[in-house]
Design a protein around this ligand. Structure first.
Ligand code: GLU
Length: 278
């Protein structure tokens, strides 16, 4: 197939306007990874993401542009594996379906506010962590009754099915009234329409929703769990996990560039967390 003239694309068109460009690795040596073998033979990578979480993983339906910290991390991981941005196939996968999507091979990687924990480590492998946040609360701007997680008794608390924050509410807040949807934007809609009292998930996610609608929404209280985000992959692909952990460990400058271009725009400054070679 010659003469299609498509060799000189700008790349990164799906990864966001002012996003940093990543050097695409050449001649990547990675043996013993079935996922990488599949990526190599297909010439593309399929990455599961979120697309309703502003600042982290967001799809602008009008322009088709994906933006956010997680989208950038995903694009960086792909580049380190030798795959250019225009060869990434992003797939929106909600919290409850991540383990199945990875186990079934529907996606090669998952990069979407995915907390590393022992229960999930039995089902998938994680590189990382690449970010640390904690569970928080989003309420209506004029709400004065919920100021922290101590105020949830009798309150309608919305979160995503299959998420760690939802599990935490069900297990440790027996007097709260838990409500779940597949994705967080539905909880935020329920909050703005007044059918729930609060939305709970990672504070990093909630801050993105609040900054989209600062006249109506605010984040309250301090983070009350620790959520460490990992890059999910098929269980047992240790070669790939080791490789991506090295990308993260060696790529401090790239991490900072990504952070500064996305979450860091809010003015908050954080350090890249140390990788956990479990
Ligand atoms: N980080 C949490 C989790 O992995 C909440 C965010 C999400 O649902 O993606 O469950």
């Amino acid at each position: 197939m010659t003469g299609c003239g498509g060799g000189d694309t700008t790349g990164g068109e799906s990864a966001g306007g002012d996003a940093p460009a990543f050097e695409v690795a050449k001649d990547v040596a990675l043996t013993g990874s079935p996922t990488f073998d599949a990526i190599k033979s297909s010439g593309k990578i399929r990455i599961g993401v979120k697309e309703d979480q502003p600042g982290l993983g967001y799809l602008d339906a009008a322009t088709g542009e994906r933006t956010g910290f997680d989208i950038q991390i995903a694009t960086w991981m792909a580049a380190s594996l030798g795959v250019a941005a225009d060869k990434i196939e992003f797939k929106a996968i909600p919290s409850a379906n991540r383990e199945t999507a990875l186990a079934n091979g529907d996606v090669d990687l998952y990069v979407g506010t995915y907390s590393i924990n022992d229960k999930r480590k039995k089902l998938v492998d994680f590189a990382g962590p690449y970010f640390i946040t904690g569970q928080g609360l989003l309420v209506a701007k004029d709400n004065t009754t919920i100021t922290s997680e101590k105020d949830l008794d009798g309150k309608k608390v919305c979160s995503a099915t299959g998420s760690t924050p939802f599990q935490n509410i069900k297990e440790n807040f027996p007097k709260a009234d838990p409500i779940s949807f597949d994705i967080y934007s539905k909880c935020v809609e329920a909050l703005t329409s007044g059918t729930v009292d609060t939305v709970t998930t990672d504070q990093a996610i909630l801050l993105g929703f609040a900054s989209q609608n600062p006249d109506k929404l605010k984040v309250v209280g301090e983070p009350f769990t620790v959520e460490k985000y990992g890059v999910g992959m098929k269980l047992g692909d240790t070669a790939l996990r080791t490789f991506l952990n090295k990308t993260l460990t060696d790529g401090g400058a790239t991490w900072t560039k990504i952070y500064d271009a996305t979450l860091g725009l809010s003015g908050t400054k954080v350090e890249q967390p140390a990788v956990d070679q479990y």
